[in-house]
Each structure stands twice: as C-alpha cells, then as structure tokens.
Design a protein around this ligand. Structure first.
Ligand code: HEC
Length: 179
C-alpha cells in the first residue's frame, strides 16, 4: 500500500472514537414487554391513590385570605380574562359581546349570587356552554382571586348602607334610611 493511502483510514478511525449519543442508549420503551420487571412490563403500574396533578381535588371554599391584596389581584385578572365578555361590571356586555359573541348571563343574577364558590371554580376550569375552559390560562390561585373579586362585585351591586363601615359611608349618617 502506498504510504499516502493510509490517510484514507483516518476518517474511519475517527468515527470509531465518536462520543456516545445519550439518546441512543439501552432503555425500555414505554409499553415494551419481556423487560426487567417481574410482570414483564416496562410501564410500571400507577400506585394506588395517585392523583394526577391537574386532578387535585380543589378546595370547596376560597382558600385565599380575603383582603385588599387578593381583591386587587382578582380584579386585575378578572379584567384581563373575564371582562372582555362579562364586562368589567359583570353584567355580561363586554366588548366581545358587543361585537356578536353570545352574551353570558349577568353575574348579578340571583342564581349566580346564590351559587357556591365551587361552581365558579368549575366554570373557570372546565368552561360552561359557549364559554371555553380557562384551566390552561388561569392557574388555581388566580381562579380563587377572581372568585373573591366576583363576590365583591356581586356585593357592590346589592349592598345596603349598613354593609358599609360607618366611616366609609359617602352620605352623612343621619340615622334615617337612605333615599
Ligand atoms: C369569550 C367570552 C367569555 C369569557 C372571556 C369568559 N366567559 Fe364566562 N361565559 C361566557 C358565556 C357566553 C357564558 C354563557 C355560557 C352558556 O350558558 O352557554 C358564560 C358563563 C359564565 C358563568 C355562568 C355559568 C352559569 O352557571 O350559568 C360564569 C360564572 C362565568 N361565565 C365566569 C367567567 C369567568 C370567571 C371568566 C374569566 C376567568 C369568564 N367567565 C370568561 C363567555 C365568556
């Protein structure tokens, strides 16, 4: 062999020294059989009582502290995610509705004022009729903050003067019923 022809072997030798590719190593495919475990299955059974992350049982009542901070956060999120349809006042005449989307019911309806927090939680998470689910866009804590704010919106539309602390009442307190 001519001496220069040895150089032809160099690329072949270099290929042999290539670093191992981590994606290409001995492993079991998810549903492969005849594998290392006694039951012969690569997929391991899910331990009893396991709950998927998005199936966690949600609290039935609002777990957040109901304070000005929570309400401010809820208001911000409501205005971003809900007001386009429900309107900032919750009466169901948001800008999207004004442009033809089916109108949601007013959040001040007696039925929705009586509805449990849990119902609002489920509507946000799973959607309701024409309203699509917000589970992917509104995470759990944000949902509860929005619900707290909806409660305050509802209260604001149906409050009596006695519900307002005396030093916050806009009218001079004459002791008489408001006009
Ligand atoms: C794109 C428009 C749209 C957005 C955004 C939207 N909704 Fe709705 N929502 C609707 C419509 C339409 C309905 C009525 C659905 C039906 O009855 O078919 C509805 C219904 C509801 C109801 C009433 C369910 C019942 O029991 O009748 C609640 C509560 C509600 N939405 C809460 C929310 C909250 C909270 C948000 C924000 C996270 C939100 N929605 C965002 C359109 C929207």
């Amino acid at each position: 062999m001519k001496y220069w022809s040895w150089w032809l072997l160099v690329p072949a030798l270099l290929c042999g020294c290539e670093q191992p590719d981590m994606a290409d190593q001995p492993r079991l495919e998810t549903y492969e059989t005849g594998a290392a475990f006694n039951d012969g299955l690569a997929a391991r059974p899910v331990p009893e009582g396991t709950v998927a992350r998005d199936q966690r049982p949600a609290a039935t009542e609002n777990p957040l502290p109901i304070n000005a901070e929570t309400l401010a956060h809820g208001r911000e999120q409501f205005d971003v995610f809900c007001a386009p349809c429900h309107g900032r006042n919750g009466r169901g005449q948001g800008v999207i509705v004004q442009r033809g989307f089916p109108a949601p019911p007013s959040l001040h309806r007696p039925r929705l004022r009586r509805a449990a927090d849990r119902h609002f939680y489920q509507v946000i998470r799973d959607g309701h009729g024409a309203m699509y689910a917000y589970a992917s866009r509104v995470p759990e804590d944000q949902r509860w903050a929005i619900i707290a704010y909806i409660r305050s919106l509802q209260l604001s539309r149906n409050a009596r003067l006695e519900d307002v602390p005396r030093d916050h009442r806009p009218l001079p307190d004459t002791g008489e019923a408001p006009p």
